[in-house]
Ligand binder design. Sequence first.
Ligand code: GTP
Ligand code: MG
Length: 198
Amino acid sequence: MKINTAEFVVSNSDASLCPKELLPEYAFIGRSNVGKSSLINMLTNRNSLAKTSGRPGKTQLINHFKINANWFLVDLPGYGYARVSKSTKEVFQKFITDYFERREQLVCAFVLIDIRHEAQKIDLEFMAYLGEAQVPFCIIFTKADKISRGKIDAHVNAYRKKMTEGDWEEMPQYFVTSSTEATGRDAVLGYIETLNQG
Ligand code: GTP
Ligand code: MG
């Protein structure tokens, strides 16, 4: 899919204040620093549409970006960032869960997982939550440039094993990406295009 336009629309901390238009949208969620905002920039081919940082906790709001004037990408705050206070964490949690539970325009969530790491409890718990809330989701393994190409399948298979030993019969649809190398761009955009048409 060709990205002709990508524009920031609104940031907020209240799911009920998100854009009212009934356009399909796709949200990026995952641990702080996993590369959600970088992936939005990579997919849209814009350097700094979404703000990124080497320090976790950069994205703090629900950010809507309108793509080709007819669908949205949504950047969300990360979870699992130890240095925010407990009360901040609870506020985050509340508006993020409100978003997932109430946002009718949400077609699919993309749960980002750093491909370097073993399966983490917090991600498995978050996916279990999405399952219970009946939110369709895919997995995006990020930062694939940080491991050698030959190790990618082994990391993905280890993750699959962990999921299927736990709550899941199979691993959901997944993608392997690198925002620095634009790996996986066509696959993710192609998948979104298919869903947009469905
Ligand atoms: P929060 O907003 O804090 O939740 O983080 P985020 O998930 O949006 O992460 P962000 O996109 O800000 O990226 C965090 C750091 O990882 C930055 O230093 C990025 O440059 C780096 N990064 C993101 N994606 C990649 C990638 O694919 N490869 C490499 N090498 N670095 C990446
Ligand atoms: Mg971010």
